[in-house]
Write a protein that binds this ligand. Structure first.
Ligand SMILES: [Zn+2]
Ligand SMILES: [Zn+2]
Length: 288
């Protein structure tokens, strides 16, 4: 598995001197398993990747969307393979209760918000709505989607290939006290506790014995907001420990975090981690 971080910021892209080294684009991870191209999330980091996929004539593209908050889909209208009549883009995401994935993408990419409607693109685009804990196969790659604790409908992905496991858990408040997803709140206390345990077990299943866990660590402890749906590095360390993860990537960085602050966070949490740990940087490449 060949992995490249294309965008590592949370919430919105930043183009400012404070974050040039870690990068300002929002969530996007490029994953190659042999000739199969997987992309996790379509934040603004997907734009340059699209141009490269055109250049190498990659026609089959599998896009795994965690959820449809802007920082995870906003790059899609600028993804050049949309305009390649030979391209076939399959877009996967956890199903919403009330709207099809295709309709959510259509709402983002239409006038007056964007000049070219998603219905007028040259590429073939298929939308696949997933259920919680659903597994599926793309060639020799085995993928499972698990629901996570975050507003709306949010899924993480466990990607298995060639005996290696990549886990992606962003966005998520993994151990938070509040149930944040649509349809999860306002139950009896016992029911809420069952749901809370289910979501935490889902995160552990997702990350189980992963060679690499890419984890939302947006907040520092003093910044934590229990209703926003994001975790702290402490939560990532706890999940990595409970799920026996080999390597943890801090991800979905707070947009105003400076390069120096990111360096300090990485150094601090490396000392506390039982596994290998690094702060993800835009452009970083690694192999599993
Ligand atoms: Zn996000
Ligand atoms: Zn989000």
């Amino acid at each position: 598995m060949e992995i490249t971080f294309r965008g590592v910021r949370g919430s919105y892209p930043v183009a400012a001197p404070h974050g040039v080294r870690y990068g300002g684009n929002t969530s996007c991870i490029e994953v190659w398993t042999g000739d199969t191209c997987l992309i996790i999330d379509a934040g603004t980091g997907i734009r340059t990747l699209g141009k490269e996929l055109i250049a190498r004539d990659q026609r089959d593209i599998h896009l795994l969307i965690s959820h449809t908050h802007w920082d995870h889909v906003q790059g899609f209208p600028h993804f050049a393979p949309q305009h390649d009549e030979n391209a076939h883009i399959r877009i996967y995401s956890l199903a919403h209760a009330d709207r099809a994935l295709a309709d959510i993408f259509r709402a983002q990419q239409q006038a007056p918000f964007y000049p070219v409607s998603i219905d007028d693109l040259e590429a073939r685009i298929d939308f696949i709505d997933l259920q919680d804990a659903q597994s599926f196969q793309i060639g020799e790659v085995h993928i499972t989607c698990h629901r996570l604790n975050h507003p709306s409908f949010t899924g993480g992905y466990c990607i298995e290939y060639g005996g290696k496991v990549l886990a992606y858990a962003s966005d998520a408040d993994i151990y938070g006290p509040n149930l944040l997803g649509d349809g999860m709140k306002n139950g009896a206390p016992e029911l809420e506790q069952v749901r809370r345990e289910h979501l935490q077990n889902s995160a552990r299943d997702l990350a189980h014995r992963a060679d690499l866990l890419i984890c939302d660590t947006f907040f520092l402890p003093g910044e934590y907001q229990p209703d926003w749906g994001h975790s702290r590095p402490e939560d990532g360390l706890r999940l990595a420990d409970e799920a026996q993860v080999q390597r943890l990537a801090l991800f979905h960085h707070e947009p105003h975090r400076s390069d120096e602050e990111m360096d300090a966070i990485e150094e601090r949490y490396r000392k506390e981690a039982l596994c290998d740990l690094f702060a993800s940087v835009e452009g970083m490449e690694l192999s599993l």
